[in-house]
Design a protein. Structure first.
Length: 398
């Protein structure tokens, strides 16, 4: 516990993953045998409350007053023996304006966003576990850029009390870890009720859907190789690979995601726009709110009906596969800190609410991490993690 705090304090000057670290004297001494995660130090994205720590959502427009209570997910992890040691950097209101966090693999490159601090803290070895959130690609993309395991559960499976929810039908709490086994340990606490399935996945070779999503654009050579190598190695170990032709739906799904996100973001942040702190919001966020306010409610309702229809269709399309293999990001972490990178390959799964998992599998020629995204149907979270625990060592970095 205190070792993790000390390492975080020392490394943070470079990586800048933390926006607030607990007082070391207030941290409990690690004690064995007091919960499934006893002694584990974890970070918490700064849109999720931790008692005694401020929740600033990456914005000076918010109050520096400490939260009075833990968010539900933080309380669950505490009950399992884990201890939050600090709040990790987020993009402003978990949107697009980056925070100061750097990629631990190369400080000149972005760690991704909006859960930048959480992914970087795990990648830098500061903590084994960190909570994040995803609206578009805010879990999977930083996991890919930082080379850690990132898991976004089925929408609604993790309770959001104590989270600063902005997009009500999209925002999902997830977590980063160094290994799939650690991710499973967190899932056993935050997603109780399915743990038996994880041990049974599986005693047979899987049936896998390969979905390159070519309509979303080209992959970098390293990202393309990661996807191809994953499929080839799964096939070599007996997996059946199918390739459904669903690119025609992608443009519609991305349009629905964009309009839904902006409409909900506008409602969620409208009080900020009309507050005395409005001038502290970035131009990008103010423009996003204005764009969302311009979307008629009737259009929003129509889009949600189309969303529901496509969700049913996609469940049928993937009804006979165990999981989907698809890109996590179009490329390795871009150079520069002006952008957090593209979330194009993540938004569909955020819109559908399906569980998604990033698995690091290798490195690009410049040394930056690459990997793949695995996705399962809703409420098959533990089964997806079970497949990943069994197969991750076979497709690259274990």
């Amino acid at each position: 516990m205190h070792e993790a705090w000390a390492h975080s304090k020392a490394r943070n000057a470079q990586v800048q993953a933390w926006t607030h670290l607990a007082d070391a004297a207030a941290l409990p001494q690690a004690q064995a045998g007091q919960g499934a995660l006893a002694g584990a130090a974890f970070g918490v994205k700064d849109v999720i409350d931790v008692a005694g720590m401020p929740t600033r959502s990456g914005s000076p427009a918010t109050s520096p007053a400490p939260a009075r209570w833990d968010a539900s997910c933080v309380a669950q992890l505490r009950a399992a023996g884990a201890v939050p040691i600090g709040k990790t950097v987020t993009a402003e209101f978990a949107y697009v304006t980056p925070g100061p966090t750097r990629n631990p693999h190369n400080l000149a490159h972005t760690p991704g966003g909006s859960s930048s601090g959480s992914a970087a803290a795990v990648a830098a070895g500061m903590v084994d576990i960190a909570l994040g959130t995803q609206t578009g690609g805010s879990m999977i993309r930083p996991a890919a850029f930082c080379g850690v395991v990132g898991f976004k559960p089925t929408f609604g499976r993790v309770h959001r009390l104590g989270m600063s929810v902005v997009c009500d039908s999209l925002d999902t709490i997830g977590w980063f870890s160094r290994t799939v086994e650690q991710s499973q340990a967190v899932a056993a606490v935050l997603l109780p009720g399915e743990t038996a399935q994880a041990s049974h996945a599986s005693r047979r070779a899987p049936r896998v859907a390969l979905l390159p999503c070519d309509a979303l654009g080209a992959l970098s050579p390293a990202a393309g190789r990661a996807l191809e190598d994953c499929a080839a190695r799964l096939r070599d170990h007996g997996a059946t690979i199918v390739a459904p032709a669903l690119d025609a739906d992608l443009a519609t799904l991305l349009h629905i995601h964009a309009q839904t996100m902006h409409a909900e973001l506008a409602r969620g942040l409208l009080p900020m726009l009309h507050s005395a702190q409005a001038g502290l919001l970035s131009p990008a966020l103010r423009n996003a709110i204005e764009r969302g306010l311009a979307i008629p409610h009737a259009e929003y309702v129509t889009l949600q009906r189309t969303r529901e229809r496509l969700a049913r269709d996609w469940r049928e399309h993937f009804g006979d596969v165990d999981f989907i293999v698809t890109p996590s990001a179009p490329c390795e972490a871009p150079e520069g800190m002006q952008s957090t990178g593209s979330s194009l390959f993540n938004r569909v799964w955020s819109l559908l609410g399906w569980p998604a998992l990033h698995l690091p599998t290798g490195r690009a020629d410049n040394g930056l991490p690459v990997g793949v995204q695995w996705v399962a149907r809703p409420d098959e979270d533990q089964t997806l993690l079970g497949w990943a625990r069994q197969l991750h060592p076979l497709i690259g970095l274990g």
